[in-house]
Design a protein. Structure first.
Length: 336
């Protein structure tokens, strides 16, 4: 099985249109695949069998969000635009696949307005070629992640209001049941963060890295009279989540910093248990992760590291009892 890397942003600020395939066994990249129809980053993607759906995002740095959906056929190496758009353009959203359909959640609308898009949940049906609006999340968020676990889609983390002076990262975790059409609350993450990476690994949800609050505040970029939190601090955090495990009676505290949200069991008494693991050697946010069954590892690619440096490296997490380690892989072909 190969891992596909699509689009992104280079250190220069250029938005990329590349499609790469990473072979975890031979540690090589196939760079000769068909390019995207347009450059794109800050989008969401979900795979249905051999098809990868790319939804929303932006085409140029700090550009307007998109509502379009393109699909990449990995078997034929072909990109195709689809006719039906989402009901709202949005960036920094999340997507996951279930039952052959693509579900998208949250994100920022035009000018970072989240009043409509922040809690919006929609589903794309490839058979009918249309979108349907579903029950919204309980709270708005952008810079979130989503992943399918069994018969539910879990969303976690993100920023709760891009235009509010009191906006903050969230540790909230919710699960959507496509069969019931309802959202349920689960145990909070251990740390409030956004722009994390997520993968399904050994029947657990693994989150790696992410963007944190610095602990400081300053003038808001859009209005110097307002005070906003200063973010873009990369995280080393690596945790795994067992959604159906009952929390311990006396959970161990995992973090006491400015972004702390709870303990090994979460703080909100909801189902699920979070467990911390070996930290990512190079902290980062806005990057991708994927589990590879044959390698028994979670691979992470690129991302924004300290002082805004964009990385091209590849690392792998192996969940072994002694020790729990990251292994550094060779540099990729392009920082993103």
């Amino acid at each position: 099985m190969q891992i596909y890397l699509i689009g992104g942003q280079a250190q220069s600020g250029a938005v990329l249109d590349e499609t790469l395939a990473f072979d975890p066994v031979f540690e090589t990249f196939n760079t000769s695949l068909a390019r995207m129809l347009t450059p794109r980053y800050r989008f969401a993607a979900a795979a249905v069998e051999t098809l990868i759906y790319v939804v929303g995002g932006v085409e140029v740095t700090d550009g307007a969000p998109l509502s379009s959906i393109h699909v990449y056929d990995t078997a034929r190496d072909v990109w195709t635009p689809l006719a039906a758009n989402m009901s709202q353009p949005r960036s920094d959203l999340a997507a996951a696949a279930y039952g052959g359909k693509v579900y998208v959640m949250g994100g920022y609308g035009v000018d970072y307005d989240m009043s409509i898009t922040g809690s919006l949940t929609e589903v794309y049906d490839p058979v009918s070629g249309g979108w349907s609006v579903l029950a919204p999340m309980s709270a708005s968020r952008g810079d979130l992640v989503a992943i399918t676990y069994g018969d539910r889609i879990f969303v976690m983390g993100g920023w709760n209001d891009a235009l509010a002076a009191g906006g903050d990262f969230t540790a909230a975790v919710e699960a959507f049941s496509p069969r019931r059409g309802k959202w349920t609350t689960h145990a909070n993450m251990l740390v409030r963060k956004g722009d994390t990476a997520v993968a399904l690994y050994r029947n657990r949800i693994v989150t790696v890295g992410g963007e944190l609050w610095s602990g400081r505040s300053g003038p808001c970029p859009w209005d110097a009279a307002l005070v906003c939190r200063i973010n873009q601090v990369p995280s080393h955090d690596t945790t795994s989540f067992a959604p159906d495990t009952e929390p311990a009676t006396n959970p161990e505290t995992a973090d006491v910093g400015p972004n702390a949200a709870g303990s090994v069991a979460g703080v909100n008494g909801a189902p699920g248990v979070w467990v911390p693991h070996a930290p990512l050697p190079a902290a980062r946010f806005r990057f991708a992760a994927a589990a590879h069954v044959e390698s028994q590892a979670v691979f992470v690619f690129g991302g924004t590291q300290s002082q805004g440096r964009v990385s091209a490296d590849v690392s792998a997490f192996y969940d072994t009892t002694h020790p729990q380690v990251f292994v550094h892989y060779k540099e990729g072909t392009n920082a993103r």
